[in-house]
Design a protein. Structure first.
Length: 277
């Protein structure tokens, strides 16, 4: 399997990040994606298979993960598989028995003519939207992202582990910005507090959003909608992108925000993961 064989915009734009500072290795029926600079990043260190798992394949898939990732990176104690499929994933019972959970993500896309204004404008006397100056302002983004996580990752990674993961991610985005591949954006209060953020990075034609977050104390005020709209506008007008891609949980509130701005669901990506023991 080669990256050119990947039909999904969701997975293809994901590979852009791994190719920047990691490795994408070709195997017969899958790709090995490694990010040595951030080995605890589950979806920066995973295998992407060209077919859904079948009964009897668990041992081979686990062996492939060990050979491609775990044996080379001691800190990669998770196991993660991406699946290219056009129908809902049915995870075989042996994977469930081995501790795996599966989930779907929706891939939403937009072209310039689809962009719609937010339903609720933010007050310019209280908020401003601007690019962050990386790496100098990266710690502001990390603090916001840790607060926005609201402890979701603490049972697995611990407070320091999740913070380190976000620090490494922001270092990656800062390097990508220096390479001319995109920017990190935020909503600031007039007192200078960063209350919402996201990134947009491109391959020159397609733009892919990264990690849209809003501080828990500042939600339901239209900040996320205003931020994503402004970043879309920047992507089309300043970066001259043809299309934008954003990934969302189909069950979460955020997907409704994206659709209200003009994003449309075009496909799903399928994921299987097992946390560290």
């Amino acid at each position: 399997m080669t990256p050119a064989d990947v039909p999904s915009l969701g997975w293809r734009t994901e590979l852009n990040f791994a190719r920047f500072d990691g490795e994408v290795l070709e195997r017969e029926d899958h790709l090995v994606i490694r990010t040595p600079s951030n080995p605890t990043f589950w979806w920066g260190n995973f295998l992407l298979f060209d077919h859904a798992p079948r009964e009897g394949e668990a041992a081979r898939w686990l062996a492939c993960f060990d050979a491609g990732i775990a044996s080379r990176q001691a800190d990669s104690r998770h196991v993660a598989f991406g699946v290219i499929a056009t129908v809902p994933l049915q995870m075989p019972s042996e994977f469930a028995a081995a501790g795996f959970a599966s989930y779907e993500s929706s891939v939403l896309t937009m072209q310039g003519a689809q962009l719609r204004a937010p339903r609720k404008a933010i007050d310019p006397a209280r908020f401003r939207i601007e690019m962050l100056a990386l790496p100098g302002q990266a710690p502001l983004a990390v603090e916001l992202q840790v607060a926005s996580d609201e402890g979701e990752h603490l049972p697995i990674e611990g407070a320091r582990g999740y913070r380190l993961f976000r620090e490494r991610q922001m270092a990656r985005y800062g390097a990508m910005e220096s390479a001319g591949l995109g920017h990190w954006f935020g909503v600031f209060t007039n007192e200078g507090e960063l209350v919402a953020d996201c990134g947009l990075f491109s391959d020159g034609r397609l733009g892919r959003f990264q990690h849209v977050s809003t501080h828990p104390s500042w939600r339901r005020r239209g900040l996320c909608s205003a931020l994503v709209h402004a970043v879309c506008r920047h992507g089309f007008d300043a970066m001259r992108l043809e299309s934008l891609v954003i990934i969302a949980d189909p069950q979460e509130v955020a997907i409704g925000v994206y659709e209200s701005l003009g994003f449309a669901r075009t496909e799903s990506t399928w994921h299987m993961e097992r946390p560290p023991a």
